[in-house]
Ligand binder design. Structure first.
Ligand SMILES: [Zn+2]
Length: 290
C-alpha cells in the first residue's frame, strides 16, 4: 500500500493529467491526496483518476520486474504466493457465476494473467486458454496453466488471434489509455464475443466506508477508478453493448485484511484463515455487437 513506499526522488517521473482519460473533460475536483499524488474526479463523467501520476514508462519498469508479484519490487502484491489459496477460491466462485450466466465456453484470453491461477481454475470451463503477462519470468511460471502465453501486451498477439471471451481482472485500473486498450481488445474478439472487466468500484460500499484508506487506492499503480456509469460509458465509446454488472467477492487471508486496516502483528495462524469479502470489485460484461 501507499504508506509503505518511499517516494523520494520520483518527482522527475511525475506527469499531470490535463484531460480526463475517458471523456476528455478538463474539469475535475479533488477526492483524496496521497502526496505527491492526488485522486481526482472528472466533473463531467465521474471517472476517478490519478493526477499527477507516474509516467507510463516509469511504472512499466515495475510491471516487468518479477519482484512485483512478491512485494520485493517496492510496489505490488504483498505476497502473491501467500494469497494463492484465497485467490483460487475467489476464482472458483467467480467461474461458477460466469458458467451460470452462460458466459463460459470456447476460447479464453486473460490479459495480465500473472502466475496464471485464473487460467488454471478455468481449465474445465474453456477449451483453449491463452494469457498475456508483462514479466517474462512470471509468464514462464504461468505457461504450465495455459495453452499459450504471450510476454507483453495485446500488440504481441497475432492479428488473426480471436477469442470468445477476453477477461481482464484488476487490469483496467492500471491502463493509461482505456479507450484504445478496449479497442485493441475488440480487434481480438470473435463476432458476438464478450469482454469481462473486473475492477474496484469507486462508488462501492468499501470506498465509502474506508475513504482514503480504501485498500484499492493502490498508489501509484492504480491510475483510474471506475464505477458502473463510467464502465458503461467505456463500453459505449468502444462500440460494445452492456450486458451485465455484478459484484465480485474476494477471499483473503485474515492477516492481509488486518494489514489493510493497519492492524499489525496478527498471529501467524490468521494467515490460514480465509475470509470472503463481498463486492470488493465490479464485474462488467460487455458484448461485441455483431
Ligand atoms: Zn471524464
Amino acid at each position: 500500500m501507499y504508506s509503505k513506499y518511499n517516494f523520494s526522488g520520483i518527482e522527475e517521473h511525475l506527469e499531470h493529467v490535463s484531460t480526463c482519460p475517458l471523456c476528455g473533460g478538463q474539469k475535475h475536483s479533488q477526492l483524496y491526496s496521497f502526496q505527491p499524488f492526488e485522486v481526482v474526479r472528472c466533473t463531467h463523467c465521474s471517472l476517478g483518476y490519478l493526477s499527477p501520476r507516474l509516467t507510463e514508462e516509469a511504472i512499466m519498469a515495475h510491471y516487468r520486474d518479477p519482484g512485483y508479484f512478491e512485494g520485493s519490487g517496492g510496489y505490488g502484491y504483498e505476497d502473491y504466493r501467500l494469497q494463492e489459496a484465497g485467490l483460487r477460491l475467489s476464482f472458483q466462485r467467480f467461474l461458477r457465476i460466469l458458467a451460470k450466466k452462460s458466459l463460459t465456453g470456447g476460447s479464453l484470453l486473460e490479459i495480465g494473467c500473472g502466475p496464471g491461477l485464473f487460467l488454471d481454475e478455468a481449465r474445465e470451463y474453456f477449451s483453449h486458454r491463452v494469457g498475456t503477462e508483462f514479466s517474462a519470468d512470471i509468464a514462464q511460471q504461468a505457461l504450465k496453466f495455459a495453452d499459450k502465453m504471450i510476454v507483453g501486451g495485446l500488440e504481441h498477439l497475432d492479428e488473426t488471434d480471436c477469442f470468445d471471451v477476453i477477461i481482464a481482472i484488476n487490469v483496467i485500473e492500471h491502463v493509461y489509455e482505456p479507450i484504445s486498450f478496449l479497442t485493441s481488445i475488440c480487434n481480438h474478439l470473435r463476432a458476438g464475443g464478450m469482454v469481462i472487466l473486473v475492477t474496484p468500484d469507486l462508488d462501492g460500499l468499501w470506498r465509502r466506508l474506508f475513504r482514503s484508506r480504501w485498500p484499492s487506492f493502490k498508489i501509484p499503480e492504480h491510475i483510474i477508478y471506475f464505477n458502473t456509469t463510467t464502465l458503461r460509458q467505456l463500453g459505449t465509446e468502444t462500440g460494445l453493448k452492456e450486458m451485465d454488472f455484478f459484484g465480485f467477492t474476494q477471499i483473503f487471508p485474515l492477516s492481509l485484511i488486518l494489514d489493510k486496516l493497519y492492524i499489525r502483528n496478527a498471529p501467524s495462524l490468521f494467515q490460514r484463515l480465509l475470509i470472503p469479502v463481498p463486492y470488493t470489485m465490479i464485474c462488467s460484461v460487455l458484448r461485441h455487437i455483431d
